[in-house]
Ligand binder design. Structure first.
Ligand SMILES: O=C(O)CCC(=O)C(=O)O
Length: 253
């Protein structure tokens, strides 16, 4: 599978493109079961991040990272399929190299992800361009924190505010209203987006989870920086246990 010319130009103009039904129902059942297994298991090489829910006060799993560092090879192959590599190659202009991978669980009670540019999460120290492939595992709807993206293409292809800061403290609908849209997605839909396009999601105020996988890639010519990224992150923002859930004023991304 290749992206059409119009999909590539949509990405270049707006900073993202949605590809409906990228993964079929069979793949999504396996992927969903795999996520359940990862969430339930103790130990393993993956990094889990827990936070205290602002609404329920409970400790909740918000994210699992570093999933493919020697583990879960079958699933790495399934999600970073040859179709995925072809599309990423088209968008990056050269072969993709995995930079980082995470599952955002966004369970009921999970806080907002404020409007931001991904590059603001300290990525400048690695290189200046990344593309993320987001895979919707559950239905993404307004009630369970579907993502909102700037759709106008009206953003800088560089940092628009200091690192680690959000672009806005507000939840969606973001302002100006006509420049943003809620992206309701179904399981198997994929969003390819660049590291500068503003996006975010509200708290999950519903009663169903919204699990999405985020796979971030850089250009092969920038090298393989994944091990360094996770070594740095282990020092600056280590994984934690449910009993040591982070409070809203202490979490990063
Ligand atoms: O999972 C979400 O709702 C937000 C994800 C996101 O924007 C990010 O992690 O950079």
């Amino acid at each position: 599978m290749r992206l059409s010319e119009s999909q590539v130009s949509e990405f270049q103009q707006n900073g993202f493109v949605v590809v409906k039904g990228f993964f079929g129902a069979g793949d999504m059942t396996l992927i969903s079961d795999w996520l359940d297994g990862l969430a339930a298991k103790d130990g393993g090489g993956e990094s889990k991040f827990f936070e205290t829910s602002e609404t329920t006060g409970e400790s909740i799993l918000v994210r699992i990272e570093d999933i493919f560092g020697g583990n879960n090879a079958d699933f790495a192959e399934r999600v970073i399929s040859s179709d995925a590599r072809t599309c990423l190659d088209q968008l990056l202009g050269e072969a993709p190299v995995l930079f980082k991978e995470k599952i955002n669980f966004k369970l009921p009670g999970c806080r907002a992800d404020k409007l931001h540019q991904d590059q603001a999460a300290g990525w400048n120290r690695y290189t200046d361009f990344f593309i993320t492939m987001a895979i919707a595992v559950d239905e993404n709807r307004l009630d369970n924190a579907a993502l909102s993206f700037m759709t106008s293409g009206n953003y800088e292809r560089s940092l628009m505010c200091p690192e680690w800061e959000p672009l806005s403290e507000n939840d969606p609908p973001y302002e100006p209203n006509d420049e943003y849209a809620l992206l309701e997605a179904d399981p198997g839909d994929v969003i390819f987006f660049d590291c500068y396009v503003p996006h975010g999601s509200p708290p999950n105020t519903g009663n169903r989870s919204r699990r999405n996988i985020f796979l971030t890639f850089n250009r092969a010519s920038d090298g393989d920086m994944r091990a360094q990224y996770y070594a740095d992150k282990a020092k600056s923002y280590p994984a934690n246990a449910a009993a040591e859930a982070r409070t809203p004023d202490t979490f990063l991304v």
